[in-house]
Structure formats: C-alpha cells, structure tokens
Write a protein that binds this ligand. Structure first.
Ligand code: GRF
Length: 195
C-alpha cells in the first residue's frame, strides 16, 4: 500500500509512521510527505528519511480553499496514494477534497474523541478536571474530527499538569498508536483497537 502523509509542522508523528513502514513486514510504504507550510520542519525530516516531499503554501491562496486544495492535489495524486494520513495537519479540508479519499484517509487528534473536537484539547481537558486524556486515530469524514474511531490511547491527567506537560505525555502515546493503527488499516483491519 502506498501512503502519503500531510503535515503542517514538526512532523513527529510522520517520522514514526515512516520509520515503522521501513520494517519489511509492514504492508505499506511512504510515497510522499506534503505540507501546507514550506517552512515545516517535518519536510526536512522526511527528506532525510528518503521520502519525496512537496509543499504548497496555503497563504499563497489567500483563503481560496478550493484553489489551495487543487494545488495540493497535484503532487498528492501524482504519488498515487492508496492511503492518506493526516499527521499534525492543521488545515480544514473541504468535503470535495475528502470525498476523493473517503474510506482511505486517517487523522490523529489529540483528545479522546468524541470529547474535545477542534483545538486546545489539552487545556479543555485540564479545565474540565478530567482524570484522563489521550489521542484518537479516526477515519476522516466531512464532519470535522468525527469519523469512525480506529483506535485510542489514554494517559492520566496529573495534578499540576499544564497544557504543555499533558501534550507531551499524549504525544508519546500518539507515537505508539498511529503506527499501530496504520499497520492494521493497511492490512485491511477496520475494527477499533485501543492501546
Ligand atoms: C501535536 O499537537 C499532536 O498532538 C497533533 O498535531 C501536533 C503536531 O504533531 N497530532 P506532529 O509532531 O507534527 O506530528
């Protein structure tokens, strides 16, 4: 299976996915890492890992979301992906774009969905006094952060946690969860698997 990964920043999840796909028993291989930000640090990490990269600066399209996506689709479709992974990708995609990949598009979201879709998930969990937080890998559908859940990883919220300390704890678990779920998804498994 050919996997393309979309990032916006550091790409730490992308790095784990690419590294995991390097083991020969993995049913998938990385074919492209693309970003909406040409300065994303993850692009250099992908290149260093030998994965082709592309950058389409969403700021060059001044809010014309469809034009940005048309530009992004060019290198994306050229890489002939079977699966599209969003990993720290921070742009909202239109239904038109999502429809092209429906059923073969994954995202990782740093909360225990359906709690806290959207942004600032860790601050919201702390604010609510939750005992647990975590991350969710889900199929991407046209409803933001609400596609079928493929797996979750939980962490305790510790007394004195800040959004930063909680984010760091959750990120460690994202790095375990996402590669595992991609392996399963690429081999055809669709039932939920929590870690
Ligand atoms: C992190 O907040 C992570 O929780 C979310 O996207 C952000 C950046 O992740 N998935 P990455 O290091 O770019 O993968």
């Amino acid at each position: 299976k050919r996997v393309a990964i979309l990032i916006s920043g550091g790409g730490s999840n992308m790095v784990r996915l690419v590294q995991d796909m390097r083991s020969e028993d993995h049913p998938a291989q990385p074919v492209l890492v693309a970003s909406n930000d040409p300065t994303a640090a993850g692009l250099a990490k992908a290149a260093a890992l030998g994965v082709p990269t592309a950058a389409v600066d969403h700021r060059a399209f001044k809010g014309d979301r469809a034009a940005f996506e048309a530009a992004l689709l060019e290198p994306l479709l050229e890489s002939r992906p079977d699966i599209l992974c969003l990993a720290g990708f921070m742009r909202i995609l239109t239904p038109g774009f999502i429809d092209r990949f429906e059923g073969r598009m994954l995202n990782i979201h740093p909360s225990l969905l359906p709690k806290y879709p959207g942004l600032h998930t860790h601050a919201r969990a702390i604010e609510a006094g939750d005992a647990e937080a975590g991350a969710t890998v889900h199929e991407v559908t046209t409803d933001l952060d609400s596609g079928p859940i493929l797996g979750q990883a939980r962490v305790p919220v510790e007394p004195g946690d800040t959004p930063e300390t909680l984010a760091a704890r959750v990120l460690q678990r994202e790095h375990q969860l996402y590669p595992l779920i991609l392996r399963r998804f690429a081999s055809g498994a669709r039932e939920r698997f929590d870690i």
